[in-house]
Design a protein around this ligand. Structure first.
Ligand SMILES: [Zn+2]
Length: 165
């Protein structure tokens, strides 16, 4: 494939470590992935497989880290939940200006809030999920049970809140 930037040379493919700045964090390296490089202008084009799973993996690593989260890590985790700044503020029982301060590093997030954020990412559940369960309960006014079943093909447990038969 010809370089899309300078159009002067064919891209050369090789396995190498790639500094994944596009994720918004400055210390993430994708180890040994295929990178296409232009020998003329130096343009790098990484081939990143299963990008959603990659982002889950990074989010999990951040949740488990011992040090406090940095402001850019807070941004990454918020995005990994698919939240806008406003939704993040709502779900943290805070307001938009406070979120801006956390995400710009002007204010350090309290430990309690940081734990809450980590918890939400670890569970992979958005607060709306809880609300929807509550709404389902209120609407039906019936007992809702947690059904847990194994998917034999995927060897995975799945859970579902629904009305008991
Ligand atoms: Zn080029």
């Amino acid at each position: 494939m010809r370089c899309p930037v300078c159009v002067r040379a064919e891209l050369v493919e090789q396995l190498q470590n790639y500094h994944y700045r596009e994720c918004g964090l400055d210390n993430v390296i994708l180890a040994g992935i295929t990178v296409r490089t232009c020998p003329e202008c130096g343009t790098l084009a990484p081939r990143i497989p299963r990008i959603e799973a990659l982002h889950d993996c990074i989010a999990h690593a951040l949740v488990m880290k011992e040090e406090r989260l940095t402001s850019s890590e807070i941004v990454f985790l918020r995005k990994s939940l698919g939240w806008s700044g406003t939704l993040f503020a709502d779900n943290m029982h805070s307001d938009r200006s406070q979120v801006s301060k956390w995400e710009s590093g002007k204010v350090v997030m309290s430990k309690a809030n940081e734990l809450l954020l980590r918890e939400m990412v670890a569970r992979g559940k958005k607060i709306e999920d809880y609300k929807s369960i509550d709404a389902a309960r209120k609407e039906s006014n019936k007992v809702v049970s947690l059904f847990v079943r194994i998917d034999e093909a995927k060897r995975q447990w799945t859970d579902e809140w629904r009305e008991a038969a």
